[in-house]
Ligand binder design. Structure first.
Ligand code: SF4
Length: 399
């Protein structure tokens, strides 16, 4: 795998805010590709194969199956990757049908971003050109953090790279760019953003100075939500200073210590909402510190005031079969010792395959309402509705 660019497009949301981050991060070792990252790479390869078959080349069934089988033999393969690849291709198919004439389609396009960021290249998962619009789609396999396409700097940088590449072929007939993020494990809706070529180019010019500052260093430390995935997040003094300065809480700590005349001693709901927002980064920072300290102590280091202990654990048989046989031999009825349990819905679906499962028992599948969960207002899910939940419970479940 190629070494990461110092200022990568996927981290642009961070270095555009904190230009010190890329240089600061260089002091901390790159974490080896996690299983999640390798899983993502495999899912991308499957998506690419599907896109090639759909738009680029007439792959004979046997060849397609052989290529797919090779990918399915990978350790991290999961059947869900076929479903998500289908969702991705379905989105692209619909997109392609929306153009007046058959669009040009290219998967996995390497783009040169050095006009904007030194030594920077990227890969567009799919580029489409039709009518007057260059359309870039990024597939994201992760389901931990939803990624929005709106105003997304990574997507805009990819679009700039694609524009540079395809303007040579399509010239000024490219008038608009649209950018989409397909994150099928989180949502079947694909979010899109769009702008004119002039707007995109102007945005590119506006980020050039910050990209240079971030690349050349030392840059300016600016902590914020974007610290979350920074390699230096646990050891960054600027972040620690920010979180311990109580700047975020000033109005509450300093002023609410003694309620001002006419001010209630009881926090209002609006203030609690505000505090929850202000505290989110503090909680995240503390969690990062805990993870760092745990790793440091396990690695032989010392974090004054802390130690690592064994967490709770449950008793278990060292050899469950032998233990149960012994109980049985002691005169207990076998039927008393075992529960006869059906496989879970997911296990049965895996066993039957998605299609057969849907055809055989799809009518019995319900999705009970999830537990009420507090999230920021910006979360894409619709608000929890107790009335809808009551109805779903009476009516036997939702979609
Ligand atoms: S932790 Fe935050 S403030 Fe510190 S370098 Fe990283 S992004 Fe910048």
């Amino acid at each position: 795998m190629a070494a990461h660019a110092k200022c990568s497009p996927s981290a642009a949301y961070r270095w555009l805010e904190c230009t010190a981050a890329p240089t600061f991060e260089e002091q901390f070792p790159e974490v080896a590709a996690s299983d999640y990252a390798r899983e993502g790479t495999l899912a991308h390869s499957i998506c690419e194969l599907y896109v090639r078959r759909e738009f680029v080349e007439a792959i004979p069934k046997r060849t397609f199956n052989a290529r797919l089988k090779k990918l399915q033999a990978e350790e991290l393969y999961d059947d869900e990757m076929l479903t998500t690849a289908e969702v991705y291709v379905e989105y692209l198919r619909e997109k392609a049908l929306g153009f007046k004439a058959t669009p040009f389609v290219a998967p996995e396009v390497r783009v040169d971003l050095t006009d904007y960021i030194p030594e920077c290249f990227g890969t567009c998962d799919c580029v489409m050109f039709g009518d007057d619009t260059l359309h870039i789609t990024d597939y994201k396999h992760g389901k931990g953090v939803p990624v929005s396409a709106i105003g997304n700097p990574q997507m805009r940088l990819y679009a700039l790279g694609a524009l540079r590449l395809y303007r040579v072929i399509f010239g000024d007939s490219i008038k608009r760019v649209s950018m989409a993020i397909c994150q099928p494990r989180l949502s079947s809706n694909v979010e899109e953003d769009s702008m004119t070529v002039e707007e995109l180019l102007a945005w590119g010019e506006s980020v050039k100075p910050r990209a240079l500052e971030a690349f050349n260093g030392p840059g300016e430390f600016v902590p914020g939500e974007h610290c979350r995935f920074c390699r230096g997040r646990e050891r960054c003094r600027a972040r620690a200073d920010e979180q311990t300065s109580l700047e975020h809480f000033k109005s509450f700590v300093a002023e609410n210590a003694e309620p001002k005349p006419g001010q209630s001693a009881i926090l209002t709901d609006a203030e609690i909402g505000d505090l929850l927002k202000r505290g989110a980064e503090l909680v995240q920072w503390y969690t990062d510190l805990q993870a760092y300290a745990l790793g440091a102590i396990l690695g032989g280091g010392v974090i004054p005031g802390f130690k690592v202990v064994e967490g709770r654990s449950n008793r278990a048989f060292s050899d469950p079969d032998a233990a149960l046989q012994t109980i049985e031999a002691a005169g207990y009825d076998r039927a008393m010792l075992y529960d006869y349990k059906p496989k879970s819905l997911s296990e049965l679906e895996k066993l039957l395959g998605k299609k057969d499962f849907a055809a055989t028992v799809g009518d019995y599948v319900i999705k009970p309402p999830g537990k009420p969960t507090l999230v920021p207002e910006t979360d894409k899910r619709p608000p929890y509705s107790p009335a809808a939940v009551d109805f779903a419970e009476v009516g036997g479940g939702g979609a």
